[in-house]
Write a protein that binds this ligand. Sequence first.
Ligand code: C5P
Ligand code: MG
Length: 223
Amino acid sequence: MWRLVTSLTALVSTSKSSTLNQPASTSKIWKSFTTEMARHGISSHDCTPFITFVLGGPGSGKGTQCAKIVDTFGFKHLSAGDLLRREIASNSEYGSTILNTIKEGRIVPSAVTVKLIQREMESSDNHKFLIDGFPRSEENRIAFERIMGAEPNIVLFFDCPEEEMVKRVLSRNQGRVDDNLDTIKKRLKVFEALNLPVINYYAEKGKLYKKPICADQCIRNRR
Ligand code: C5P
Ligand code: MG
């Protein structure tokens, strides 16, 4: 179940169950999300952007869950990591800097990432945005607020145990330059040092919904 979190002390994995494989429409985990959207009174005719940030460590399931939210609620999904990888593939002027930063598990300068997000948001007909893997740092968050002049309506956080994240990343075989043990360790350190403060910030603002993700191990043990 999604839980509204108002302090960092509550950001600890506690769940004994996982509903990860259920379709979003039938899963109870989306009830709070739907309620929040209704509270903001968004409809398909509404032109005011409704911004959802989706946070979680590497391999916590952000992309998988975003695909379900898109299917169910019709959001425009923007993955910051995918936008950066696309920039590398397009041989842009920032390509090699982005590639080196990703290989090191570090955070790409916010001006670059926010510009990519801004371009996608401004060229979209959709007004409901699911921005995945962003903001990764306070610098990301502040740059977004400054450049876009907007804050998220809600923030989702997939709280997954570290060993489960490592296992998932090492087994997902997507050919990514950063899906190796060395870089994963760096990414986890960066997540803890730079992303947790952002998560705490949104918790204190009453905008954070946390979904604890249980390790596969827990599921197997219950069968
Ligand atoms: O979210 P994803 O795992 O696809 O991100 C891959 C990498 O892209 C991150 O480890 C980081 O190097 C970079 N990234 C970033 N800033 C973001 C999102 C991703 O620098 N906001
Ligand atoms: Mg992703």
